[in-house]
Design a protein. Structure first.
Length: 220
């Protein structure tokens, strides 16, 4: 039986969700404007230059310009593909939470030569909204861990607490400090799930990010 959420807490949660959605839209708009849109504008200018080179009888110069434009075009496709994957990866929809987190951990581990241990089967019993939100929290936590260190080892675990809550811990052995803005973004995502967020020093000198969701989050 699901735990009832008090009315005042529900109102605060709705307000957090609306604020988080607005902030996310702003981040997406800024990324698209400063990244793919600017790249596409640059590609258009390069193609104009290639046409002018052809008209001027300089085919080799045109070829070089088109080659550069193709590489920038491929980079733009990769950035848009990564954006789509990060918003909601296909593997999360098709294969489930545990497979999506494992795929993310494997990709990050190979790219940065970091050992990432994953134990997240408990997350498969969360609701759909909670799975997407928790995946985003884990993704951001992992990205922050490798950017500030990088560490040599990271662990990701989702488990039940004795009180019946669902606890997610992302721990690393990196030594650098995390940026406050990045932690605020993770905390914001936790709030939209009506969860508690905390950051503590790890036993091995690193950092532990902890998000605790209420019992009703796991009643899917």
């Amino acid at each position: 039986m699901s735990e009832r959420v008090p009315e005042d807490e529900r109102e605060r949660l709705v307000e957090r969700i609306i604020t988080a959605e607005q902030d996310e839209r702003r981040r997406l708009a800024l990324f698209l404007h400063d990244g793919p849109v600017q790249n596409l504008a640059g590609i258009a200018l390069m193609l104009d230059a290639a046409v002018q080179a052809i008209d001027a009888g300089r085919p080799e110069a045109a070829r070089d310009i088109v080659t550069s434009a193709l590489e920038r075009h491929r980079e733009t496709i990769r950035s848009l593909r990564d954006l789509s994957f990060n918003i909601e990866p296909v593997v999360l929809r098709d294969q489930g939470f545990a497979a999506a987190v494992s795929a993310l951990a494997n990709q990050l581990g190979m790219e940065h030569k970091v050992q990432v241990d994953v134990d997240v089967e408990r997350g498969a019993r969360l609701g759909e909204k909670e799975q997407v939100g928790l995946y985003q929290i884990i993704r951001e936590s992992l990205n922050q861990a490798v950017r500030r260190g990088p560490p040599s080892r990271i662990s990701v675990a989702v488990r039940d607490t004795p009180a019946g809550e669902i606890e997610t811990v992302v721990a690393d052995n990196g030594t650098g400090e995390r940026r406050t803005a990045s932690l605020d973004a993770i905390a914001e995502r936790a709030w939209t799930l009506n969860g508690r967020f905390s950051v503590t020093p790890g036993a091995d000198g690193g950092t532990e990010i902890r998000v605790v969701l209420p019992p009703y989050a796991g009643s899917a």
